[in-house]
Design a protein. Structure first.
Length: 360
């Protein structure tokens, strides 16, 4: 609102000073009140007199209108807005709570880069060079970049469907080679025996090993299974990852270990020293300490899952990929092949060696 012209127009102080309120008197001597947060903001007229119920009603309304206008201006097609659109997709809503928590943590860390400037910036202005800069910054932590890239591609997929952008610049920014391409160390038979010698049957440490090894379950599921999940010689439960129903055989040897362990809970087999069920992080830290005490600092619980999958793939078991998937409950064949590729490669190489020997 432009300031009216007139010889009698003048600025005047009011008895009650209120933030962002300007007071003037027009040529008739009548006081005019306006709300304006900055010099660039438009003036919003307020009813007087200053401090009256009508004044405060208009003042609070003006505050709300101005804030909404600012938020809409900043957030339109911003990265924060784009992430919110991704969270509205069916793909995101169908994730488990743990998966949602992890993706939200990774994406929020990205939004907070450069003092929250990334979150407020327009996604339409981002080019390949911007992601290349972040990739270069994360060279020392390749897994962090690869995970961020994976989740940002999902965000792009969501907003491409909304016709906000036409292409994903991340298609031209590749992954980084990880420092550990094989992932978690796969336990050997000697390492399993070494752990078993340190922790005999009857201890919670031994129970944790046998539960993870003889079921090939993820640590998040090892935490939750208990006697209520046993039906005959099977363990029935709902997976924490994907929330799908799954069942694994309850082997006789595992049942014997469970029965021989005194420190088990009512709802979960594994309990901590206070008799409470483990949460995933606390079990991971505890198992780390148990492995260290057994002289196995390079081993982890997830490595037991890999060990069982590899055991099923090699002689004498030689299970098919579909049979292994029935136990591990991986979503795709590709996931299982990642684990057993080295095993199958060694078997093929041994077959070639034997045929070459027979030719001599």
């Amino acid at each position: 609102m432009e300031r009216p012209s007139g010889t009698n127009w003048r600025s005047s102080m009011v008895s009650v000073k209120v933030k962002y309120v300007e007071a003037y008197r027009d040529r008739h001597g009548k006081q005019r009140l306006y709300f304006r947060r900055t010099r660039q903001s438009p003036r919003i007229p307020l009813r007087g007199p200053n401090g009256s119920p009508e004044f405060w009603q208009d003042y609070h309304t003006a505050c709300g209108v101005e804030v909404v206008q600012r938020v809409q201006t900043v957030s339109a097609h911003s990265w924060k807005w784009a992430v919110d659109q991704y969270k509205k997709t069916a793909e995101y809503k169908q994730l488990s709570e743990s998966s949602k928590t992890h993706r939200e943590a990774v994406l929020n860390k990205f939004l907070r880069r450069n003092g929250n400037k990334v979150g407020a910036s327009s996604i339409t202005s981002w080019k390949r060079k911007h992601f290349q800069t972040i990739r270069n910054d994360l060279t020392d932590t390749p897994h962090a970049w690869n995970t961020l890239r994976k989740y940002l591609r999902l965000v792009y997929a969501a907003i491409i469907d909304l016709d906000v952008v036409e292409a994903n610049p991340l298609d031209h920014v590749g992954q980084l080679k990880t420092n550990n391409p094989d992932g978690h160390h796969t336990w050997t038979l000697d390492e399993i025996h070494q752990y078993q010698e340190q922790w005999p049957v009857g201890t919670r440490q031994r129970l944790a090993l046998e539960l993870a090894l003889m079921t090939s379950l993820r640590i998040s599921d090892v935490c939750q299974i208990g006697r209520q999940h046993i039906k005959g010689n099977w363990i029935h439960f709902r997976q924490t990852k994907g929330s799908k129903m799954h069942k694994v055989p309850l082997l006789t040897k595992l049942q014997q270990v469970i029965d021989s362990t005194e420190s088990t809970g009512d709802l979960t087999f594994l309990v901590n020293t206070y008799g409470n069920r483990f949460v995933v992080k606390s079990l991971g830290h505890a198992f780390r300490r148990w492995c260290d005490k057994a002289g196995l600092p390079h081993c982890s619980m997830h490595g037991l899952r890999k060990a069982m999958i590899c055991y099923l793939a090699e002689p004498p078991m030689l299970c098919s990929t579909q049979e292994i998937m029935a136990i591990s409950n991986h979503a795709t064949i590709k996931d299982v092949e990642t684990y057993v590729a080295k095993v199958r490669k060694d078997l093929l190489a041994e077959g070639v060696r034997q045929r070459l020997e027979d030719q001599n």
